[in-house]
Write a protein that binds this ligand. Structure first.
Ligand code: PLP
Ligand code: COI
Length: 342
């Protein structure tokens, strides 16, 4: 194993020793395989390559100050994958199988779990693909489910720092009754152009408004949005956004910290009233928001007063991280402790 510079890891791909797989054929899932092979043998007519039968997930495992390894909320990822499977007419992976594979792949790659002090984590990427060769538009009969892992650093270069975003009106990420609330590849392909334009203009990411009325905040890049005002955590309720496990957890932590929580439509104009705001997701936990520009309307919503993350974002972030690291009690059974001594 090449020496890894844990402190300077990017959110990218570094090979590890093993991945785990299983295959679906004739209506049932195979035994779980452990492999060192990073390649997937795939037929050129496989349905995932043409008609987008691909579902994925993202979760993290941490090496903690008490020496233990913890995986965060993996049952919730299993359940979200099941909902994506139902939407894309793919066979579901049971929560039991998902968790068994997640634990196994982390254990097999224990030496790639970054040390606590580095602030990095082991990212798990489960993916499910339809593999049946066909050119007709219909669900595949065969599937492969894989979980690989890779050590990752912060999603944003500056780590926990406030970033600028831009509202994109000329692009939608997903339609209200489309696949926006599922974690499938097509949603991301459809967001790359808007993301590219935003990044080239110097923004950390793009904001999507609801596709139907272009009035309400949907998502920011591949993350959910929340705003804080009057001791209240406000986050959009929309059929076209991914139900973020980080957002769900932050809502619970906000309640525990004595904030109110509102999940409802958030009109663009309301951005002017937030005292703090953030983008949230597994990769960054919270990426605090400094400013959001609406270029077409020539508007700028300055959220942070001093260009820095606000105190409530900081408190939410610290509490969240402390639960992941086993420093604060796991009151809701979010954490799975693995028996790894390495
Ligand atoms: N929204 C989108 C489109 C995402 O891809 C992600 C990342 O998974 C999120 C939100 C955040 O979800 P989670 O907190 O479950 O990682
Ligand atoms: C997240 O984990 O927050 C994401 O946005 C996932 C992304 C890397 C697809």
């Amino acid at each position: 194993m090449e020496k890894i510079d844990w402190k300077n890891l990017k959110f990218g791909y570094i090979p590890t020793d093993y991945n785990v797989r299983c295959h679906y054929a004739n209506g049932e899932w195979s035994d779980i395989e452990e492999t060192r092979d990073e390649m997937i043998p795939i037929h050129m007519a496989a349905s995932c390559l043409h008609y987008g039968q691909e579902a994925f997930e993202g979760l993290k495992a941490f090496r903690c100050p008490d020496g233990k390894v913890r995986i965060f909320r993996m049952e919730d990822n299993a359940k979200r994958l099941q909902s994506t499977c139902r939407a894309l007419v793919m066979p579901e992976i049971s929560t039991e199988r998902f968790c068994e594979m997640a634990k196994r792949v982390v254990k097999l790659n224990a030496k790639f779990i970054p040390p606590y002090e580095s602030g990095a984590a082991l990212y798990l990427r489960p993916l499910l693909i339809g593999t049946t060769p066909d050119v007709g538009v219909k669900p595949a009969k065969e599937y492969s489910f894989i979980i690989f892992v890779t050590p990752v650093g912060p999603y944003f270069k500056g780590g926990f720092a406030a970033n600028n975003y831009v509202i994109m009106r000329q692009y939608d990420r997903a339609a209200p009754l489309g696949t926006g609330r599922y974690k499938c590849a097509g949603n991301y392909a459809g967001s790359l152009l808007a993301g590219k334009i935003a990044h080239e203009a110097g923004y950390a990411g793009e904001f999507y408004l609801d596709a139907k009325e272009k009035k309400y905040i949907d998502e920011c890049g591949a993350a959910n949005f929340f705003g804080i005002k009057n001791n209240t955590y406000v986050t959009p309720n929309s059929l076209s956004i991914l139900p973020s496990i980080t957002n769900k957890s932050l809502q619970q932590i906000a309640l525990d910290l004595g904030l109110k929580v509102e999940q409802r439509e958030v009109p663009e104009e309301e951005l002017a009233t937030f005292e703090e705001a953030g983008a949230c997701g597994t990769a960054a936990v919270i990426s605090p928001i400094n400013r959001i520009d609406d270029m077409e309307r020539g508007l700028s919503y300055q959220i942070s007063k001093d260009g820095k993350p606000g105190p409530i974002c900081k408190k939410l972030y610290d509490t969240y991280r402390n639960i992941q690291y086993g420093i604060e009690p796991d009151r809701y059974g979010w954490v799975t402790v693995l028996d790894i001594t390495e």
